[in-house]
Ligand binder design. Structure first.
Ligand SMILES: [Mn+2]
Length: 447
């Protein structure tokens, strides 16, 4: 059973978390050969925490990266011998676990097989290729062992300070040392320094890629660290087609509806299945969050159908549930400027080769704009640290339905893109609510 991580974007929002939970649940039911694990790429925002709590759904585990680790390539079935055990016993253990081949790999010059054991063709081929003698002894292992004085204790021959790695070590970081060591291996140890596996040179030849299924994004800059080394098995998204590249053909869906959760619910229905109650609650919350209670310009009839369906399944009033969610989580007066500008921030590549960042905060009322100077300063700092061309924050009022855009960078240029003028660093965008549909395309075109 392979593990496939189902992940949304960095700075996860309700849609990314709910879609990961929902799609992992559905895929797990449809494909029992693999294990689908919903994961998150960072801390959940207040809205998502409120939803998880309300729905009773478990918080997905944090996935820091998908680079190949020692535990992904190690062999955890390896022979063990005590210090005082004779070499012969270690040899028997190795033979039992099919490691003669391995003996040749380690640089043995002579291979002795006792009890008339026939060496396999692959062993003979490898031995002749390397110029290694193979002796088949009619004697039993004990006598053969004595004959060639292999009765010394293991600790007489053992490497006292072998190359070790923890399970989380990146294979990239240890492969050179493994290749350079004369025994060509690293012992993988647990936190108590007990051996839990062995990584040998041959394990480094074609290390298995870790597998991910991307939901709610397709931009490399928004995806899990190391995604370029991973095998992407599928993409399910409702944004524009991003910068992700795959080596093999994959099923990729870019369907312009209000939320990825909508697509997940549609897939449940097409499969004749119903999400479990906590998952259904999460998915409904995500649709209401991404479409700002079915008000954003991205909302489609398909989103409304999905909401109708979930209202029936869960027997609740979706608009009321959505309002409770926004009201419970839109007070940012106690939140630092750094967090406001970063917790729902998305980075985009622009044609000049630079990157820009567009953040969004949903509010009820305009009091947050009293802090606009502080917010712009936080954006400037982030922009300089991350060498971004532009940093913009959408302050979106979910009840009056409009956005004030705070910009650090070419404010006048951004205002021109909307056919408006800026006041200080601020541009008023009445009726605008969607980053994806109304703000990002304009900014990307203006850069
Ligand atoms: Mn989304």
């Amino acid at each position: 059973m392979a593990t496939i991580y189902v992940t949304g974007h960095r700075n996860p929002d309700a849609d990314s978390i709910a879609s990961a939970i929902g799609y992992a649940e559905l895929k797990g039911r449809l494909d029992t050969r693999n294990t689908y694990v919903p994961v998150r790429l960072g801390a959940c925002n207040a809205q998502t925490r409120w939803l998880l709590d309300r729905c009773g759904a478990p918080t997905p585990q944090l996935l820091p990266h998908v680079m190949v680790r020692a535990c992904d390539v190690m062999n955890s079935d390896f022979p063990v011998a005590r210090l005082q055990a004779p070499i012969r016993q270690a040899g028997l253990e190795m033979a039992r676990s099919g490691l003669e081949r391995l003996a040749i790999d380690r640089g043995a010059q002579l291979l002795v097989l006792s009890n008339d054991s026939e060496p396999g063709d692959d062993i003979l081929a490898l031995a002749s290729e390397r110029g290694i003698a193979v002796i088949v002894s009619p004697l039993d292992s004990y006598v053969s062992g004595r004959m060639i004085t292999l009765a010394a204790p293991c600790d007489a021959l053992m490497e006292r300070d072998p190359l070790t790695a923890t399970t989380e070590f990146l294979v990239d970081d240890i492969s050179e040392q493994i290749k350079e060591s004369h025994y060509g291996a690293a012992v993988v140890i647990d936190p108590n320094r007990r051996p839990v596996g062995v990584v040998t040179r041959s394990d480094l030849v074609a290390p298995p890629r870790r597998r991910v299924l991307l939901v709610d994004h397709a931009e490399q800059a928004q995806s899990v660290s190391g995604v370029e080394q991973a095998e992407i098995v599928e993409i399910l998204d409702h944004h524009h087609i991003g910068s992700i590249e795959t080596r093999i053909p994959v099923t990729a869906t870019f369907d312009p509806v209000g939320s990825t959760a909508t697509l997940v619910v549609e897939r449940f229905r097409h499969s004749g299945m119903e999400p479990s109650p906590p998952t259904a609650m999460m998915l409904l919350g995500a649709v209401m969050s991404d479409t700002i209670i079915l008000n954003s310009a991205t909302t489609t009839d398909r989103d409304r159908l999905v909401v109708d369906y979930l209202e029936r399944v869960l027997a609740l009033d979706a608009a009321d549930y959505g309002r409770q969610m926004f009201e419970a989580t839109s007070d940012v007066s106690e939140v630092s400027a750094e967090e406001i500008i970063s917790r729902d921030a998305k980075q985009y590549h622009v044609s000049s080769g630079h990157q820009i960042c567009i953040a969004q905060v949903e509010v009820v009322g305009k009091s947050i704009l009293d802090r606009s100077e502080e917010l712009v300063q936080a954006m400037r700092k982030a922009r300089e640290n991350r060498e971004l061309q532009l940093y913009a924050l959408m302050v979106t009022d979910v009840l009056t339905k409009g956005t004030d855009l705070l910009v650090d960078g070419d404010v006048a240029g951004v205002a021109r893109a909307f056919g408006l003028t800026a006041h200080d660093s601020q541009i008023e965008l009445p009726g605008v609510m969607s980053r994806k549909k109304e703000v990002a395309p304009k900014l990307l075109a203006a850069m």
